[in-house]
Design a protein around this ligand. Structure first.
Ligand code: NAD
Length: 688
């Protein structure tokens, strides 16, 4: 075997391009570095032919020859470095390959590829493990597969300390590997596990990984490495591999180990180059339009791509010159597989990107099992969506998130969001992401989410936003719009009952969505003056008070329901009384915690969800008051365009609502009793 090395004449840490280099500029002990290199090369020379390339002044990292390219079968794909600091090495290495009998095959375009650093053959198999995510671009992997006739398994690196695959992964003979799992994303860890049975892989411990134990040069049954714990040595010995420790501490200062210092020139472990299986890598082009910079839309989209383990290249970007103009970006997205590309495209569409090749009609697949969607179903977002059918684009009705789209064909096709449980055999469900257009709305306000920077909103800011909310509610009421209130029992416990009652009486509430507890404690308050046994006027528990809410439930059960109790004069005031008196519909969704329950509480959760969904239809504003359970439940079924106002003492609950993807939300972190007090006053004032 021939190994290409480069004397470390100009080696040093002169810049910082990886975390190991931080704090090491000018700190390399050059004589020691030279001595370590010399010892290493002498050790290699007993087992391989050493070939040297002349070092270049100004290229301090050129001694790391593994990054020069990938060579096999007299072919070489030379590196194109991601970091400009190393670009100067490209020319001398390519020159050397050309003059030493290699067929030099350059990867077209500008995508970076850092040689053996990110591409390692499995000994004896036409299988190439290829890293991406930090230095090498995913796009280059399919070309490597074609050049070397190898199947490529793409592995995404996620820890900048392990910036090259060879820093955390070492293929070994007999289909074995040793690697540092934490350097890879979850999917790549699973890909390694699927390929290599547990008995054939060693997951190295942190200390060995940090000592570059995976950065190993294998010559026959000898493994040369910088460090190996006794445990690692003995595990490798069981695989008949001898560990030879050659310290290269000075090179570790630059983030390089033994493998980095050596490039294999003739790895011909498999018989010949045959056509590889088709590459799994897929790419497409998406477009983003709008206020991409000021709304953070561009960042959001690029984050979606990166978080999905895919890579991107911006192919065009035209920035608006004025605030009222739109910016436009086209992004080339590359994914390790067709499924991953579909997944990332669906996520991109949810943040407003439009795939450019998407004129084909949507794929419809018929349901074969009641209540179960076809595997590849498209899952909906809160944003208005259209489906491309043979007849043209068709709007989707009953928009909500986490549903599927069912198309009723015909001359006037109809598409609607449908929950799994409502799917019938034969329903045509939209599958994949082709032929779907999502109208992401970005011209909305983030409301008062800045409040979340502080754990509790300042009183003055609560007052200011309450005034704005009251103004909006007044306008909605006056034009016959719909304000839906979702509330939890804390409203009653905090003394907010009478304020919510006054809002209902004032015509500011068109539907009330809650559970069993709010009406129970509201009625308890009306009948006994307590809420959960606490006298609200004095703030003190009353004797035997804990029975009060049970007695309230019992009385309502006796007459058959809340309406009946109001009509019979048993309940004479409070929130539920106001709803009945003012014809405000209410839906009580049951839960496992419920006492009683009240006869009005829907204990069939599917029926409760359906009743909630019906109640929010046409809502302009949904006021979510201190009920995490019901607020999130309602948020999930609400389409974009409805202003959600979430009031909760816990910032996490408010954030959770914002995370559903709608920007049309106002979050207020405060006590709900105080909020309702201010709101009722503000609504009264604005009505005056
Ligand atoms: P939840 O945990 O879903 O929501 C309560 C929310 O109130 C939390 O987000 C919390 O942060 C917030 N909160 C607490 N104090 C606050 C304050 N002072 N100001 C503003 N926000 C405040 O619980 P939930 O909605 O109360 O109840 C969940 C389910 O349990 C409901 O279905 C309810 O009917 C049921 N439940 C039944 C009974 C009963 O039948 N006796 C009693 C309690 C709850």
């Amino acid at each position: 075997m021939r190994i290409l090395v480069c004397p470390p004449k100009y080696f040093g840490v002169d810049y910082v391009i990886n975390p190991w280099m931080e704090g090491q500029i000018g700190r390399v002990d050059r004589p020691l570095a030279q001595a370590q290199w010399q010892t290493l090369i002498e050790s290699f020379s007993a087992h391989a032919t050493i070939v040297e390339i002349e070092p270049e002044d100004g290229c301090p990292d050129m001694c790391f020859t593994a990054n020069a390219g990938l060579a096999a079968f007299d072919r070489v794909v030379p590196a194109r470095f991601r970091m400009p600091e190393r670009a100067g090495e490209e020319e001398p290495f390519t020159h050397w390959f050309t003059h030493n009998g290699f067929d030099v095959i350059t990867i077209p375009g500008h995508d970076p590829f850092e040689g053996e650093g990110d591409a390692l053959f499995q000994p004896g198999a036409p299988l190439l493990w290829a890293g991406y995510g930090v230095r090498t671009a995913l796009e280059t992997h399919s070309i490597l597969g074609q050049v070397f006739g190898a199947e490529v398994v793409s592995l995404r690196l996620v820890d900048p300390r392990f910036y090259h695959l060879d820093t955390c992964f070492a293929p070994l003979p007999n289909g074995r590997v040793m690697y540092y799992p934490a350097a890879f994303d979850e999917r790549s860890q699973r890909a390694i596990e699927r390929r290599i049975p547990a008995a054939d892989r060693i997951a190295v411990e942190d200390a060995d990984a940090m000592g570059f134990a995976c950065n190993v040069m294998r010559l026959g049954d000898k493994l040369f490495l910088n460090q190996a714990s006794n445990e690692l040595k003995s595990r490798l010995a069981k695989w008949d591999l001898e560990t030879l420790v050659c310290p290269v501490s000075e090179y570790l200062k630059a983030g390089g180990g033994i493998k980095c210092l050596s490039m294999i020139l003739d790895q011909m472990d498999y018989a010949e180059i045959t056509p590889p299986p088709p590459s799994a890598i897929r790419a497409t082009e998406v477009e983003l339009k709008g206020h991409l910079l000021d709304t953070g839309g561009l960042n959001r989209a690029l984050d979606v791509v990166t978080e999905a383990g895919c890579s991107f290249r911006m192919t065009s970007l035209s920035l608006a010159e004025r605030k009222d103009q739109e910016s436009r970006a086209q992004v080339h997205v590359v994914a390790p597989s067709k499924e991953r590309l579909e997944g990332v495209l669906a996520a991109l569409m949810a943040v407003g990107a439009h795939p450019l090749e998407r004129e084909a009609p949507a794929t419809l697949t018929a349901v074969t099992q009641r209540g179960v969607a076809p595997d590849n179903f498209y899952s909906t977002t809160i944003y208005p969506t259209e489906v491309h059918l043979d007849e043209g684009w068709c709007s989707v009705h009953k928009q909500r998130m986490d549903a599927v789209i069912v198309v009723e064909p015909g001359p006037n096709p109809y598409a609607r969001c449908t929950l799994f449980r409502d799917l019938e055999i034969g329903d045509d469900v939209v599958c994949g992401i082709g032929g779907i257009r999502v109208h992401y709305s970005e011209n909305t306000s983030i409301g008062e989410f800045s409040f979340m920077n502080a754990s509790v909103s300042s009183e003055r800011r609560v007052e200011a936003s309450v005034k704005a909310i009251a103004w909006e509610m007044r306008r909605i009421r006056d034009r016959g719009g719909r304000i839906v209130v979702v509330a939890g029992p804390v409203v009653v416990h905090t003394g907010g009952s009478r304020h919510l009652t006054s809002l209902i009486e004032g015509g500011f509430v068109q539907a009330l969505l809650t559970g069993n507890a709010l009406p129970v404690h509201d009625i308890e308050l009306d009948l006994f003056g307590t809420s959960l046994g606490v006298d609200l006027s004095r703030g003190k528990p009353v004797h035997e008070g804990h029975r009060n809410h049970l007695m309230a439930i019992n009385r309502i059960r006796a007459v058959g329901g809340i309406r009946e109790a109001v009509q019979a004069g048993i309940v004479q005031g409070g929130i539920m009384h106001a709803c009945v008196e003012h014809d405000v519909p209410f839906v009580l969704a049951g839960s496992i915690r419920d006492d009683g329950p009240l006869p009005d509480t829907l204990m069939d959760l599917e029926a409760a969800q359906a009743a909630y969904a019906q109640a929010i239809e046409g809502a302009d504003v949904i006021l979510m008051l201190s009920s995490m359970l019901h607020a999130i439940g309602t948020g999930n079924m609400t389409p974009a365009g409805v202003h959600l106002i979430c009031v909760d003492i816990s910032p996490a609950v408010v954030t959770k609502l914002a995370d559903r993807g709608s920007l049309e939300s106002t979050g207020i972190v405060t006590d709900v009793g105080l909020f309702l007090n201010l709101l009722a006053d503000a609504c009264r004032d604005s009505a005056a």
